[in-house]
Design a binder for this molecule. Structure first.
Ligand SMILES: Nc1nc2c(c(=O)[nH]1)N[C@@H](CN(C=O)c1ccc(C(=O)N[C@@H](CCC(=O)O)C(=O)O)cc1)CN2
Ligand SMILES: NCC(=O)N[C@@H]1O[C@H](COP(=O)([O-])[O-])[C@@H](O)[C@H]1O
Length: 188
């Protein structure tokens, strides 16, 4: 049984889909949810699902190995970032080489980097009058949105689309593909 640790900062819809995907699975389980925002909806999901949750303390996260030890003590096999809004520090990246992944709500390398998260991404894509957008699932390195791409999936954009309607299209792609990629990585 493989152990998945999810890092999230928001509503947690991707976390919920991954939890659902591995429910009653013999392959893997979501063993821990770590969050940096006390009001985040993902913490309610953790409670409802009976999954241990950790509220991340900023100084410990950026200045110590505290969370590396926590993840290692929990025999974590894969770290999944799902709307996590802090940069994962180098020590954590190096402690889990090729075992930290992220989902970005655009077709990297465009619309990535500092400041490009959530609604800001969809607003920029719509403002640029792009004809398509999509998702990028990638390995995490020390920089934002710079790691090797694992999967990209695309969706069309119509002139009637708004950041909100685009976000809905993107969420559908995320919910369809992130659990599949997590399982593929844990079974390859
Ligand atoms: N080392 C890495 N850490 C993280 C990555 C990564 O690729 N490498 N991906 C991000 C997720 N992400 C895009 O996919 C992303 C999230 C947040 C930001 C950002 O600009 N954050 C703000 C802070 C926002 C807040 O605290 O509310 C900032 O850094 O000023 C950019 C990209 C997760 N971590
Ligand atoms: N750059 C990172 C970023 O923007 N991540 C995005 O945050 C959302 C989290 O939704 P969720 O909390 O409902 O899973 C997702 O759309 C994810 O792609």
């Amino acid at each position: 049984m493989k152990n998945i640790a999810i890092f999230a900062s928001g509503a947690g819809s991707n976390a919920q889909k991954i939890i659902d995907h591995f429910r009653n699975s013999s392959i893997a389980r979501v063993s821990m949810i770590l969050c940096n925002k006390p009001e985040a909806g993902v913490l309610n999901i953790a409670q409802q699902e009976g999954i241990p949750s950790v509220l991340i303390e900023k100084e410990l996260f950026f200045r110590t190995d505290h969370y590396i030890k926590l993840l290692q003590d929990a025999a974590t096999d894969l770290v999944v970032l799902a709307g996590f809004l802090w940069k994962v520090p180098a020590n954590l990246v190096h402690a889990f080489p090729d075992r930290i992944i992220n989902i970005h709500p655009a077709l990297l390398p465009k619309y990535g980097g500092k400041g490009m998260y959530g609604h800001f991404v969809h607003e920029a894509v719509i403002l640029a009058k792009e004809s398509e957008s999509g998702i990028t699932i990638h390995f995490v390195n020390e920089k934002y949105d710079d790691g090797a791409t694992i999967l990209q999936e695309r969706c069309s954009i119509t002139p009637e689309d708004t950041p909100e309607t685009l976000a809905a299209k993107i969420h559908l792609l995320e919910h369809q593909w992130y659990p599949v990629i997590v399982e593929r990585l844990l079974t390859s």
